[in-house]
Design a protein around this ligand. Sequence first.
Ligand SMILES: Cc1ncc(COP(=O)(O)O)c(C=O)c1O
Length: 382
Amino acid sequence: VNRDPADWETWATARLPPSVNHLDNAAAGRSSIATLEATSTHARREATEGAYVAAAGAASTLTALRENVAAVLGVETDGVAFTESAESALDIALRIWPLAPDSTVAIARSEWGPNLRAFRLAGLHTQVVPVGGDGTVDVAALEDVLRTTPPGLVHVTQQASHRAVRQPVVEIASLCHDAGVPLWVDAAQAVGHCATSTGADLVYATSRKWLAGPRGVGMLGIGERWIPTLRIEPKPLLGDLPMLRYVESDEAHVAGRIGLANAVGEYLAAGPELVAARLDEVGRMTRAALADLTDWEVVDPIDAPGAISAIRPTAGQDVIAVRARLLRDHGIVTTVSGTARAPLDMNEPWLRVSPHVDVTPERIDALCAALAEASRRRAGPM
Ligand SMILES: Cc1ncc(COP(=O)(O)O)c(C=O)c1O
């Protein structure tokens, strides 16, 4: 059930008016004024009260944040650690998880490129599981892999960064659980976008994208039964804490976490299911409009899930130049998805468009008009 579009206007009016046509939430969302204020108020308190006194004074906000993040990620509160980013959460996971050296990690082709680097650096081998035509894991084939050549772990990027592909994580979690193979989920693009409480053994995400929290804050969630198996040393300086807290930076961006507490509160108040349904609708609306362009092809079906859309140039356009011109001449913010984002799934750059719940058809039309104008200019006399 979708809300009245007017309800999503309140999402927009809770924010500073954008100076651009911001269609780039998969890079970073726009924080609400209340989130900016929560962050800056804490930073001010650090300067007026002393940083450690301010942190102690914010203890109940931070506890509520842990509880909310635990619910969003589907783990216990003591299974949550805050990090600087999704990438740093994965690095920590690779350091503390009891993986045998030379282990294999099973992945899909749509895997986030920098994760492949992290696996290589950790000495892991990768095994690519078959996917269907829509890029999602072939669940029957995965079941076969888990039975015949079980990897040390399965790693899935739930919502891809570069196109509208969302992996069936609940089904994958159930298969992995039955096979006794741990499942890790990169939920950097999924959190705040779709349901991320999926039964995975480990899940990590970032504040700044669909949750529209501050930059510089990431989250790691680990299932309770794994905690005693992790390679974690307590830190005597910090006293007696739940084990996973010892992987957090001692020197954290606490103000950012306070801002995230506000952003997560806003997300829960908006209703995660309503947000997810609206973002599906936003994605469909975006892809339907982009499908009418000549010289561009929408990479995924119009009714693919989520609000990330990719278009590929079909007339030799330079996507980097197009993105730059959209920003410079039209004030439209998009992303070039270079092949490094998903090297196993891309062989040319695409343009990524990722509006949030507040987007209007007029804003998508403005993008389409700017792209169409560029095509006309190219086709016209020099
Ligand atoms: C799928 C995916 N995973 C991980 C990341 C990395 O997140 P962070 O920049 O918080 O490390 C991103 C960022 O774009 C992403 O799209």
